[in-house]
Design a protein around this ligand. Structure first.
Ligand SMILES: NC(=O)c1ccc[n+]([C@@H]2O[C@H](COP(=O)([O-])OP(=O)(O)OC[C@H]3O[C@@H](n4cnc5c(N)ncnc54)[C@H](OP(=O)(O)O)[C@@H]3O)[C@@H](O)[C@H]2O)c1
Length: 254
């Protein structure tokens, strides 16, 4: 389902288009805002956060008419992923940047790992980005576009009790490099590895200070820190296959 107001603003009709998955809220929403402020038209995918997605699109269209739209999809089957990719292209007639942001995150302690238990983690963090890249590769080649995958510093140094999440993100690091290799020279693919940015909503803020204590720059990162790194990678013409840690120096410490 695509939501867009009906008139086309000629002024923005040549602006590049970014498509972001899972971007109604939090880091994805801020990334959409930062790209929009830089002149991009934005297509925001959401799964369940409809009120947030609609409010975000309305705010962006108020700032610049007909510059934003949203697409609802569970993205849980190959056909729904292909349909969302097709819808994303259809909104403005092009997609120049794909940001694979949607992600599930929860612990999977050893002894409780089953295929069903890890499926949402493996799907959202690895299989969905792979299928979305495949679905949009022809369009990204046509537009000489870019892919940005959201990974995690814990892709390379696993997070305790999160083996499935950490492994899925490690797979996404490898996938980023494969996409960079195989889709070159027309498409660039890079990843951002955030450190501690926003705590999961089901977690209290009680261990925030202990996280900050591990960060040389002495603060949590902000969604804007991630969004600005994504904008940089989207527009850096000679960078591909790289994983950019945006972690305040966290990975410098043991
Ligand atoms: N926050 C951090 O500190 C942090 C740290 C390291 C890495 N990252 C990475 O940065 C990205 C953004 O982080 P975030 O914390 O803003 O993400 P988030 O809020 O946890 O998730 C973003 C969106 O992903 C969608 N989603 C979740 N599970 C899904 C599934 N199984 N299928 C399809 N969509 C699904 C949800 O959309 P709906 O709400 O519409 O359902 C959700 O709002 C993620 O890739 C995350 O792994 C974040």
């Amino acid at each position: 389902m695509v939501r867009l107001s009906s008139t086309i603003n000629q002024e923005s009709a040549t602006a590049p288009v970014v498509f972001l998955t899972g971007a109604a809220r939090r880091v994805g929403a801020e990334t959409a805002r930062v790209f929009h402020a830089a002149g991009y038209r934005v297509v925001i995918h959401y799964r369940s956060s409809e009120p947030d997605a609609i409010a975000l699109v309305e705010a962006l269209n108020q700032a610049r008419p007909d510059s934003a739209a949203c697409i609802q999809s569970a993205l849980d089957t190959r056909s729904s992923i292909q349909a969302a990719a097709d819808d994303a292209i259809a909104v403005f007639g092009q997609v120049d940047v794909l940001i694979n942001n949607a992600s599930s995150f929860f612990p999977t302690p050893w002894g409780e790992i089953t295929e069903d238990a890890i499926n949402p983690l493996m799907h959202s963090n690895l299989l969905l980005p792979m299928a979305m890249i495949q679905a949009l590769a022809p369009e990204l080649k046509r537009r000489e576009g870019a892919i940005i995958n959201l990974v995690d510093i814990h892709a390379l140094r696993p997070l305790a009790n999160h083996p499935a999440y950490s492994a899925a993100k490690a797979g996404l690091v490898s996938l980023t490099k494969s996409a960079a290799l195989d889709l070159a020279p027309r498409v660039r693919a890079n990843a951002i590895a955030p450190g501690a940015i926003l705590l999961p909503e089901h977690e209290g803020a009680d261990h925030e200070q202990s996280l900050i204590d591990q960060v040389p720059l002495n603060r949590m990162g902000s969604p804007t820190d991630i969004a600005e790194a994504a904008l940089f990678l989207a527009t850096a013409p000679y960078i591909t296959g790289q994983i950019l840690a945006v972690d305040g120096g966290r990975t410098l410490r043991q």
